[in-house]
Design a protein around this ligand. Structure first.
Ligand SMILES: Nc1ncnc2c1ncn2[C@@H]1O[C@H](COP(=O)(O)OP(=O)(O)OP(=O)(O)O)[C@@H](O)[C@H]1O
Length: 325
């Protein structure tokens, strides 16, 4: 469905020094800085996959999405989406994709949401009957009934994001690009957005490419992640593989009968300790959980034990360090 090979994109931005003299000089002689946003990015994405496209700020995520949506032309490399080259066959291409940029709106600010939908219906040439059924489904699933007649500027962020999703899906695209769709949303709105993405993926086999800094979005939605850093793909695989490959630590939390002696264990770092509770970070390369528990039981009277995997954020940070050092 999506084949990206060797994408490169460098931005050339004028250098700007502060001050009046520098501004006048720049009128006659401009100097430029080159920013390499993508350097040799390649991946394949199949039908009905949900792929989390993640990476630190400035890694090149939005640039990749812009290339795949036909907004930007790369300097090098190829991109085929459903057999088309996005920036060369833009009109045919956009009828098969939906795009949501969490930080920007595709709805007209001062008019009621439904008017924006009708304009999009005309742009995408959706037949009236199909449009009517589609809007009814989207209004029902995304709970837009009370807000569809309001101007966009009067909507809360969560309400607007639900409308943006509906707008992106009005023409029933086969691929959905979501660039930070849950940014700034509260927990309830995030939940609604995630459930909707899952539903559309399962019922309509829509392929979803999701960029986000919220790794709980990824955990809730994506079967596969592509980690991008410094313009290149650093990891391509499932979240579970990532956890088992790189999650070489566990956190052990214990409750015990009062004891003030500081705990010291080989292969485990003490994270915090009070008179009756402690947390330790266990390095599974050095020691096993049962060895840690046996050692703790020798030092304390244990009342309760919890063993947790490290948060996905920790694994991602570790992975990013590993690949970039
Ligand atoms: N239009 C542009 N002109 C100049 N530089 C740009 C432009 N767009 C992006 N860049 C630069 O390209 C690099 C990649 O930017 P991009 O927006 O793709 O990153 P990102 O991974 O989406 O980051 P974030 O998570 O912060 O949104 C950055 O260094 C950015 O400053």
């Amino acid at each position: 469905m999506i084949i990206v090979k060797g994408l490169c994109k460098t931005f050339r931005v004028p250098k700007r020094a502060a001050g009046f003299t520098a501004a006048v000089k720049a009128l006659f002689k401009r100097e430029y800085t080159e920013i390499e946003a993508l350097s040799n990015v390649s991946f394949h994405i199949g039908e009905s996959e949900i792929v989390g496209y993640i990476g630190p700020n400035g890694a090149g995520k939005s640039t990749t999405i812009k290339v795949m949506s036909g907004i930007l032309v790369p300097d090098k490399g190829t991109c085929h989406i459903m057999g088309r080259i996005p920036w060369q066959e833009r009109i045919a291409h956009v009828s098969h994709i939906g795009v949501v940029f969490g930080q920007r709106s595709q709805l007209w600010w001062d008019v009621p949401v439904i008017d924006s939908f009708e304009l999009l219906r005309d742009i995408y040439r959706v037949p009236q009957e199909k449009y009517r059924r589609r809007v009814a489904m989207l209004v029902d699933t995304l709970d837009l009934g009370c807000i569809i007649n309001n101007p966009v500027r009067q909507l809360s962020l969560g309400q607007r994001m639900r409308c943006e999703l509906a707008a992106a899906l009005l023409h029933s695209p086969k691929i959905l690009f979501l660039d930070e769709p849950t940014i700034g949303l509260d927990t309830i709105s995030k939940f609604a957005v995630r459930n909707f993405i899952k539903k559309i993926n399962q019922e309509e086999k829509v392929t979803v490419i999701l960029t986000t800094h919220d790794l709980s979005d990824i955990e809730a939605l994506a079967d596969r992640i592509l980690l991008v850093g410094k313009g290149s793909i650093l990891y391509d695989g499932s979240l579970n593989d990532l956890k088992s490959r790189f999650g070489a630590t566990k956190t052990v939390t214990i409750d015990f009968c009062k004891n003030t002696a500081p705990l010291a264990l080989k292969g485990a770092k003490l994270l915090n300790q009070t008179a009756d509770k402690a947390s330790l970070l266990v390095d599974l390369h050095t020691v096993t959980i049962s060895e840690v528990l046996a050692a703790l039981a020798g030092q304390l009277e244990l009342l309760d034990v919890t063993v947790e995997n490290p948060p996905i954020e920790e694994i991602i940070v570790q992975l990013y360090r590993e690949f970039t050092i």
